[in-house]
Design a protein around this ligand. Sequence first.
Ligand SMILES: Cc1ncc(C[n+]2csc(CCOP(=O)(O)OP(=O)(O)O)c2C)c(N)n1
Length: 660
Amino acid sequence: MISPEKHNRMANAIRFLAMDAVEKANSGHPGMPMGTADVATVLFSRFLKFDPKNPLWPDRDRFVLSAGHGSMLLYSLLYLTGYEDMTIEDIKQFRQLGAKTAGHPEYGHASGIETTTGPLGQGIANAVGMAIAEKKLTNEFGAELMDHYTYVIAGDGCLMEGISQEAISLAGHLKLNKLIVLWDDNGISIDGAISLSDSTDQHARFRASGWNTLSVDGHDPEAIAAAIEEARKSDKPTMIACKTVIGFGAPTKAGTHKVHGSPLGADEIAATRKALGWGEDAFTVPADVLDAWRLAGLRSTKARKDWEGRLAAADADKRAEFTRRFAGDLPGNFDATIDAYKKKLAETKPTVATRKASEDALEVINGVLSETLGGSADLTGSNNTKTSQTKSITPTDFSGRYIHYGIREHGMAAAMNGIALHGGLIPYSGGFLIFSDYCRPSIRLAALMGIRVIHVLTHDSIGLGEDGPTHQPVEHMAALRAIPNLLMFRPADATETAECWQIALEQKHRPSGLALTRQNLVAARTEYEEKNLCASGAYELVSASDAKVSIFASGSEVEIALKAQAELTGKGIPARVVSVPCFELFAEQPEDYRQAIIGSAPVKIGVEAGIRQGWDSIIGSDGIFIGMSSFGASGPYKELYKHFGITAEAVVAAAEAKLG
Ligand SMILES: Cc1ncc(C[n+]2csc(CCOP(=O)(O)OP(=O)(O)O)c2C)c(N)n1
């Protein structure tokens, strides 16, 4: 039992660490940690199941600070509860270059940072994914190995962002009752009072989305505790509105936007020390308070040991599977399975759309990988992401392996990040490439965090035809290639599709996207090759000695390149074809390989039904690019290719014109 006095001192330790760190850095957000210190103290000292000495314990509760600007709240909690890699020196280095204590919490910088937050709304949506993962793994491995809560502290900003609606309606639908959101209801954002820009009844909104809601005084520890207690018993996800005062304790600035994102200043800090009865120097936590916090950090040691006992006592196969899945390793027979499948493809040489080729590859993959968790944003039949193994998950039955995310691309991509961060599962999803714009912020965060999520992005060009320019990606490959640490694949046939899937699944530390066609493509690869040729990013598909023309193409345009090559050869012009399924992997190859693939033919032509941006790195600024320079149009796809001049004839004509 923590006395009210002890509670206050524990909460004040957070407040002063936040104030002092922001003051020293001369930048940051003190108001939010000061306001939510009581809520966080109750959560971390009485409820959260976690072990700072074993931060990756798979069955720990997940805590997400969705309001990432309040990062000092999290750093203070990690230091106070005894995470070894968060020292007082790290706190003093807040916001300095190279410090773990970055401006916003960054996944991987220190233990206990469960996700990168800062872009408002992402954290709450990640937490939905974590709660999905928990419920799925409980179903699969039993409550003895997986049985934890996911807690979120979210601010007004998180709830105002559109992504939060996608997240909460998905969570409500799936009845994620172990998801508990503590809303920092302080009525303040940067511009001033929330009433300047919003008058939503958040309770009505959450309830309409299938949530349980509660209200508490966010500075009353017993009320907070009672609400969390109640939330944990709910059969729905719960939002607890915690009425708080931003910058609690600061005599002149509390309750105003002035304390949101600027240092308080020496005078106000001194006055706050007086007001809260805190006599310590900056960055000094009194021994009794630190002891109380360290004890809070030890609370779950027994639970963790009991859990380890249950894992050790589990059936050997189950234990091995659980351990492998949380290590993120693929099963030993994975490569051999892909290899056998590639042999089959070399025999059958199917003419098939790559979205269908992806489905066929997934049928093989999902047969050997129990950890894949598929889904689509309501385009299952178009994305071809559902296979015979992936029964649909329903609110009452999580034995399936497929999530109907609904028309919620952004919520889906953010939930996938949460699923990947949770561990034990590899999420892949489906959507149209054009709507990668709708989930780009979450894809970017996956890349920044370095996590394995895989986006199946179909209908990847004007090749989708009649749906027209609103649905035809033009700049999307270039835009996605611009995101660092994201692998974008555009395979040319069934074999390349299988290879790209293999590479994507092997990436433990980066996300991937597969841009796939709606239209059928003939097989570009007709011979079996043991080596994964796509792994080099670009490789020679057809060689020619003394080539005068090199044609580089990706995806559906490889077929055009092959036709053009044959025509050029027929005219006595030696030409070669390079397939370019992945720019990023090609850029990573040794310089001699890159030079050999780019070659020395006097004419270099790039063919892709998208914009030129990025292609100059392969064809040079004097290269010829045959692709799109405008939006597309509605019509049958073969006519569109002619209309926009993306044809073998155009390639041949351009080569001849350049050769003179
Ligand atoms: C997507 C996004 N848009 C804008 C911002 C910039 N921003 C950071 S905090 C903030 C205000 C948030 O208000 P609230 O959630 O009420 O936080 P509090 O003022 O209570 O700390 C804004 C607009 C952001 N971080 N993310």
